[in-house]
Design a protein around this ligand. Structure first.
Ligand SMILES: Cc1cc2nc3c(=O)[nH]c(=O)nc-3n(C[C@H](O)[C@H](O)[C@H](O)COP(=O)(O)O)c2cc1C
Length: 193
């Protein structure tokens, strides 16, 4: 059965390297016959997580929309920048708001349970954002997602992508393929359950 895979970047910066990595992952997953939905977090702006705000107004509609997306896909590929060796606030805030969604008005929603995730990171620095991925992995495990071991971190990102949008370096391209393959192999169809 085709896996439904959600792909997005943890950055909305114009010219984002992680958006480029997310696009390369999307193409790789499509070649592997996945049914891919690519979104941008720019289309789901959220205030900073605030429990008083939640109490007064409930969880923002964009968090509910994202939670529905998470719940209706078998797998996700997230390409995230590293900020000060950790998770960028945009992504952490999104994960936190979505973790607060328990229902979408018409029934219960479980955004993370049963969702398998593969991670990537891109940075123009030498470490390719790999340190941030360990924090991201830990947070996503805590909210109940399954994270595949294989991941792809891209250093010197400004020079890493070819004109076709794919990773020019063979070793990195193969890392991305392995992460995508593992994502499809380990994910479980949530429609069948
Ligand atoms: C507050 C802040 C902290 C950063 N810390 C790191 C870091 O620890 N490691 C790193 O490789 N890059 C760091 N960067 C640089 C980002 O990796 C760089 O801006 C990257 O291009 C962001 O990803 P994007 O291109 O997808 O927007 C930092 C950037 C900001 C704004």
């Amino acid at each position: 059965m085709f896996r439904k895979v959600l792909v997005f970047a943890g950055s909305t910066r114009s010219g984002s390297f992680n958006r480029q990595l997310a696009e390369a992952a999307m193409k790789t997953l499509v070649q592997m016959e996945a049914d891919v939905t690519m979104i941008s977090l720019a289309d789901y702006p959220l205030p900073l997580v605030d429990e008083d705000l939640k109490k007064e107004k409930g969880v923002p509609e964009n968090a509910v929309r994202l939670a529905r997306f998470f719940a209706s896909h078998d797998a996700a590929f997230i390409a995230s920048p590293e900020y000060n060796s950790s998770i960028p606030p945009l992504l952490k805030n999104t994960i936190d708001w979505v973790s607060l969604v328990k229902s979408d008005g018409s029934g219960p929603v479980k955004p993370y349970a049963g969702l398998t995730i593969a991670l990537g990171a891109a940075s123009d620095g030498a470490l390719g954002g790999i340190r941030g991925l360990y924090h991201l992995r830990s947070v996503l495990m805590n909210v109940g997602a399954q994270i595949v071991t294989e991941q792809c971190s891209v250093s010197r990102a400004s020079k890493a992508f070819g004109e076709d949008g794919m990773l020019a370096d063979e070793r990195l391209a193969s890392k991305l393929k392995s992460a995508c393959r593992a994502l499809l192999d380990h994910s479980i169809s949530r429609r069948a359950r």
